[in-house]
Design a protein around this ligand. Structure first.
Ligand SMILES: *[C@@H]1O[C@H](CO)[C@@H](O)[C@H](O)[C@H]1NC(C)=O
Length: 447
């Protein structure tokens, strides 16, 4: 038996990252380790229910400093438009004093981080080891973060990049220009991630060899260090709490596998026209649907932004909600047959481990890589077709949904078969828990 350790976890202030770190905390706690998770205050309400080991996992609250340009009270990416995230990064960096204080007092053996590129310095000063725990796909890391390259080259596969269909098309390359923008005080997004990768003791990625092995091999070669797989880091199905009554009740009215569930994550705020087109696309499928997205730009509720006459026309079979919903529990409901997703990395794993047909509408750079991995490389999903300008019409949405939901279409059968096969290989006994055990053991050797 390895020794038990005390780990600090310090994720980027975005829900996808914080929940991935909390799932990791649960796995570490399950093996008898002690965890301190550093978080802003207002996320506790959403995260506390996901803490399966309250005796071993402690939440340490950080006060988010005010930063010029960051709206008062903003604590996570869900509180701000994406264009302001650099200010939130400054705020995170300015919690360094608080983090060091907590480290001095708590004396962790290990510190896990993703975006806080200065953690390796803190860890070294206080005699801890540090682990870069990346919650983005290895494919995205492999193509975007390559030692010795400029971020301007990021859209082009680097020499030695594994042969794959995970590539950007045409103008999509522009989406990666944010890599060279400031993201925090005096640091670009690119420099932030590269510094963390170059200075950590261990790189680990929330992925599996079955899906991203070749990308991880490439990253190992590029950074000259071992890359550890953590597996998907999702809660075991037994640990999933029951779905809220009103959603359960509503979903129970429909046939098994008939409802389309659409969610675009906590970060994306659509333009009003896009939001309306999405709603109309759902209407056009003719299927029952549940859409959970944030109110579009300029609206304070989703209701006020709905298309003319929409609610009246779909009231028997469609709901649009602006509230945060329990996605894993919704996906596990037998009535859900199709998941329309932005393909953030957390949602990608949740979709893979569900029985739903998967339709993807990526918005951000990383989501496009994930989508290509799913739709082109693994062929387990379809991507909504867009115009060159990025616009998608209601026909493009409903077409994608119908292509996998209509009975016996060639594409629908193909992705269903591939998805089922992959899910089975991931869920076959011991695969996921094997990743966790090997990861935790490797870390025990490190401390
Ligand atoms: C998207 O839908 C429009 C109809 O609204 C259609 O003309 C167009 O060909 C579709 N785009 C793609 C790329 O399939």
């Amino acid at each position: 038996m390895g020794s038990k350790y005390h780990a600090f976890l310090f994720p980027w202030f975005a829900f996808g990252h914080m929940t991935a770190f909390l799932h990791l905390a649960n796995k570490l706690a399950e093996k008898g380790h002690k965890i301190t998770l550093l978080l802003p205050k207002r996320v506790l309400k959403q995260l506390e229910p996901l803490n399966l080991f309250p005796k071993s996992i402690v939440f340490h609250i950080l006060t988010i400093p005010s930063v010029d340009g960051l709206p008062d009270g903003a604590e996570t990416t869900a509180d701000i438009p994406i264009t302001l995230e650099g200010f939130l990064a400054s705020a995170m960096d300015r919690t360094r004093g608080q983090v060091e204080e907590a480290v001095r007092f708590g004396k962790p053996d290990l510190i896990f981080f993703d975006f806080a590129h200065w953690i390796p310095e803190v860890a070294r000063e206080y005699g801890a080891k540090c682990v870069n725990y990346l919650t983005i796909s290895a494919a995205c890391v492999a193509i975007s973060f390559v030692p010795g390259r400029s971020p301007d080259d990021c859209a082009v596969p680097p020499p030695g990049y594994p042969s794959s269909k995970v590539l950007l098309r045409g103008q999509e390359a522009n989406i990666l220009s944010f890599l060279s923008y400031p993201f925090g005080d005096g640091v670009t997004f690119y420099e932030r991630i590269m510094t963390g990768l170059a200075n950590c003791d261990v790189i680990s990625i929330r992925t599996c060899r079955e899906i991203e092995g070749k990308f991880c091999d490439f990253i190992e070669k590029e950074f000259q260090r071992k890359v550890l797989f953590t597996g998907p880091m999702l809660p075991e199905p037994d640990n999933i709490k029951p779905l809220e009554n009103r959603w359960n009740h509503w979903l129970n009215r429909f046939e098994p596998g008939s409802v389309v569930y659409c969610s675009l994550g906590s970060q994306i705020i659509l333009e009003k026209e896009e939001f309306q087109e999405l709603c109309l696309g759902m209407e056009l499928t003719g299927l029952p649907f549940l859409v959970a997205v944030k109110p579009p730009k300029g609206a304070s509720t989703v209701q006020e932004a709905l298309p003319e006459g929409f609610e009246e026309r779909v009231k028997e079979r469609g709901v649009v909600s602006g509230e945060w919903v329990q996605q894993p529990m919704i996906l596990a409901h037998p009535s859900i047959g199709c998941f329309v997703s932005h393909c953030g990395f957390g949602s990608m794993w949740e979709s893979l481990l569900s029985d739903c047909q998967i339709v993807l509408i990526p918005h951000l750079g990383e989501q496009i890589f994930n989508t290509r991995l799913m739709s082109e490389e693994l062929e387990v999903s379809v991507e909504v077709k867009r115009e060159e300008t990025g616009w998608f019409s209601k026909e493009n949405i409903s077409g994608a949904v119908r292509s996998v939901m209509d009975k016996d279409t060639e594409l629908g059968n193909l992705v269903r078969r591939n998805h089922a096969k992959l899910k089975e290989s991931l869920l076959s006994s011991g695969v996921i828990s094997g990743y966790v055990s090997k990861y935790v053991e490797a870390l025990e050797k490190l401390v």
